[in-house]
Design a protein around this ligand. Sequence first.
Ligand SMILES: *[C@@H]1O[C@H](CO)[C@@H](O)[C@H](O)[C@H]1NC(C)=O
Ligand SMILES: *[C@@H]1O[C@H](CO)[C@@H](O)[C@H](O)[C@H]1NC(C)=O
Ligand SMILES: *[C@@H]1O[C@H](CO)[C@@H](O)[C@H](O)[C@H]1NC(C)=O
Ligand SMILES: *[C@@H]1O[C@H](CO)[C@@H](O)[C@H](O)[C@H]1NC(C)=O
Ligand SMILES: *[C@@H]1O[C@H](CO)[C@@H](O)[C@H](O)[C@H]1NC(C)=O
Ligand SMILES: *[C@@H]1O[C@H](CO)[C@@H](O)[C@H](O)[C@H]1NC(C)=O
Ligand SMILES: *[C@@H]1O[C@H](CO)[C@@H](O)[C@H](O)[C@H]1NC(C)=O
Length: 831
Amino acid sequence: MLHLQNINGTVLRLFLFLTLCTDFRLSAAVDTMAATDTIKDGDTLVSADGTYELGFFSPGNSLNRYLGIWYKKISNGTVVWVANRETPLNNSAGVLKFIADRGILALFNGSNSIIWSSNSSRTVQNPVAQLLNSGNFVIRDATDTNPDNYLWQSFDYFGNTFLPGMKFGRNMITGFERYMTSWKSNDDPSEGDYVYKFDHTGFPELFLTNGLSVLFRSGPWNGLRFSGTPELKQNSIYTFEFVFNQEEFFYRYKLVNDSVVSRMLLTQNGLVERLTWIDRTAGWNIYLTAQMDNCDTYALCGAYGSCDINNSPMCTCLKGFVPKYPNQYDMADWSNGCVRKSPLACGKGDGFKKYSGVKLPDSRYSWFNTSMSLKECNVECLKNCNCTAYANLDVRQGGSGCLLWFNNLMDIRQLTENGQDLYIRMAASELDKSSGILKNPARTILGILVLMGALLLGVLLALYVCRKRRQKREVISLGKMGSGMGRDGSESHKDDLELPLLDFDDIAEATGYFSISNKLGEGGFGPVYKGSFSDGQEIAVKRLSKDSRQGLDEFKNEVICIAKLQHRNLVKLIGCCIQEDEKLLVYEYMPNKSLNHFIFDKNRSKMLDWPMRFHIINGIARGLLYLHQDSRLRIIHRDLKASNILLDNDMNPKISDFGMARSFGGNETGANTRRVVGTYGYMAPEYAIDGLFSIKSDVFSYGVLVLEIVSGKRNRGFHHPDHDLNLLGHAWKLYKENKLLELIDPATWVSCMIPQVARSILVGLLCVQQSPADRPSMASVVVMLSSESELPEPKPPGFFTERKPVEIEFSSSNKEICSGNDFTLTMLEPR
Ligand SMILES: *[C@@H]1O[C@H](CO)[C@@H](O)[C@H](O)[C@H]1NC(C)=O
Ligand SMILES: *[C@@H]1O[C@H](CO)[C@@H](O)[C@H](O)[C@H]1NC(C)=O
Ligand SMILES: *[C@@H]1O[C@H](CO)[C@@H](O)[C@H](O)[C@H]1NC(C)=O
Ligand SMILES: *[C@@H]1O[C@H](CO)[C@@H](O)[C@H](O)[C@H]1NC(C)=O
Ligand SMILES: *[C@@H]1O[C@H](CO)[C@@H](O)[C@H](O)[C@H]1NC(C)=O
Ligand SMILES: *[C@@H]1O[C@H](CO)[C@@H](O)[C@H](O)[C@H]1NC(C)=O
Ligand SMILES: *[C@@H]1O[C@H](CO)[C@@H](O)[C@H](O)[C@H]1NC(C)=O
């Protein structure tokens, strides 16, 4: 019995305990909201340690309601984050809840309209939102075993406050930026006048701007601090770091001990302040302000001026420079800055003068390398006449890395502590004779004489060549396109063609009478020969096979198409020749042959470094844009592939082979054909299967090309030990697994710029999407490649598993034409 009683007692106590617990839970705040929970005005979430609170509030004297996060334990009323900054509620009817099944939190107003929402690229069944101890409000999948895998987090969307743990910077791969914006006023949290943000045109540096005007900059990071923030040093309140790798760069700080609270604030007056909470006075104390004094006003002293707050006046020209307008400068109008006393001689005796204890100049137009030594940096700068200064990138351990400037040096100031060394390029006469960099004057004079001689020779040579050319031109353009072109209703084009008709004998002579040794290859409709006219002009000649009916159509097509096109990324037709049975097309000669000679070749691929490849990717895009949109005819190329991209002396890409191109008038952008022509591996699915071609099927081929250029692998015949996907499928797989960079051709590792490569791959994936409607136009592609805006998420590519539907269908095709390594296929029959 005793025993039983005991149990009863325990159960009773347990029951009481549970009831108490439940009561406690109900009355105390929670930090989590589940998929079905809502937060109404008056409800709040509180972080587990009680530091932060999330709910509705009204700033200052405003009556508007905002959803936000504020300090709870200390300083109730100091708001650190606001959701609906730009869309206030005018009453207390706001409700925060999940949009069913989407993992998106939305703020609804009284009439049930969404006025703000979070964002997510994934959808989840069971989302939860939680206010973390850090003040980060996060959404995640409740079933996810990794609690740090956020669908969305408030730390990604800065307002005027930069909290410990936030990453202030940029994701180089997606282009996503986190930066500070001021409030309009104490009563209005909407975006005010001031923005504090990294500029990464050169080495990343923080800029405070108001509209277009720069007010302040931090200086580039020097390993210890930003060059212009000497007061940023080791302290007992927070630690800080700047992380810069190929994926992202950001500035971040952490509190040493959570008992001392600190935050960074961009005030509505444009001051960047660090504040710390003082328990004793129960108030915020300004620990430091980024703008220390007047000398931190951007470019106060103008180009090559230096600001020293301990001097009067503050601005002086750097040594070796004089005011551009002395009268203005004397009257404290320093904005026009200073100019050199002695102009630079570019290489011939220029040297560098060392300035110590300075804030490094505006680095927006800089170049950097993290591994170079100061000596190498000096050499690098001397090599380029436009280089105006250099400095160590990292001042730790005696200094390392190299930062070069190429513009007029702006916004230099003298610092009383933690200044840096800057080496500014100077003419020989401005350097101390002892500095040793000065070259032997006799040698300099000799050099100048030699240079002048060479110049004179060059000019004479150029004049001579010009004259020869003009003589030749008169011979070539004797006739315009004549009768041979007329049949098949193409007469209407006759008048427009401004294509020189060349003489067969001239061409025969130029190509060594079509000698085998001058044969470059076999094109779509006949052999191609190299030749050179007597004036030295090099040409490539396409000779139509005499018995090819197919070829005649293509010949006409090509003449009509390309004669009207003029673009530096299209191969240029110099003339043509129709004489009895002979039909010839004469092009400018491309000494570097075609793209496939480089990217798919183990040795030659090393000659195409990343900048060149990016140049080629851009060039093809511009050429194609011209065809699709800007030329007088709208043209769909239909056979874009690596072997049809020719490279000139400077590796500029030129689209060639218009034998299969189709032109359109007006607003037509596509058509259906029974004759599918193109090349395996480059054909868009809707074209290969249904014969539907449009500018978007060219975009598909372009996407394939981009992925081939980046990876150095052919789409067709791609092999991977782990799967049967083709190159498109492989790229897609890597994209899904977040391993995009594995796609990069090892030959470009040294030279590649990760953000550019990643952007190119994404653009490639966008172009090869299954549905033509999803693919961007070439106009968007050109913009995407050159901007840094965020890109949309690609959907799966077309033909990404090599199920070979094309090959099966096409095995019955009746006509195949080989061109070089690639395989051009033509099908005339209806399917
Ligand atoms: C501060 O506390 C009061 C009540 O204690 C609350 O109503 C208010 O919303 C809190 N927060 C702010 C930002 O004023
Ligand atoms: C809030 O706005 C709604 C719609 O504009 C309006 O009908 C309502 O009267 C406003 N409420 C207050 C308190 O101003
Ligand atoms: C709710 O928002 C919608 C859209 O912004 C607006 O038209 C409507 O007037 C708002 N209702 C209230 C009660 O504020
Ligand atoms: C949500 O994402 C889309 C596309 O990713 C973007 O256009 C939009 O601006 C984002 N919205 C917010 C509030 O960040
Ligand atoms: C943080 O500061 C408090 C109060 O000064 C002190 O008691 C505590 O030991 C400190 N914590 C750490 C980890 O230093
Ligand atoms: C940086 O300098 C090192 C040493 O001179 C060189 O090997 C490397 O290629 C350079 N990196 C870049 C990106 O220029
Ligand atoms: C120097 O700058 C000029 C003008 O900006 C530019 O045309 C030239 O190519 C540059 N030279 C070098 C070597 O970068």
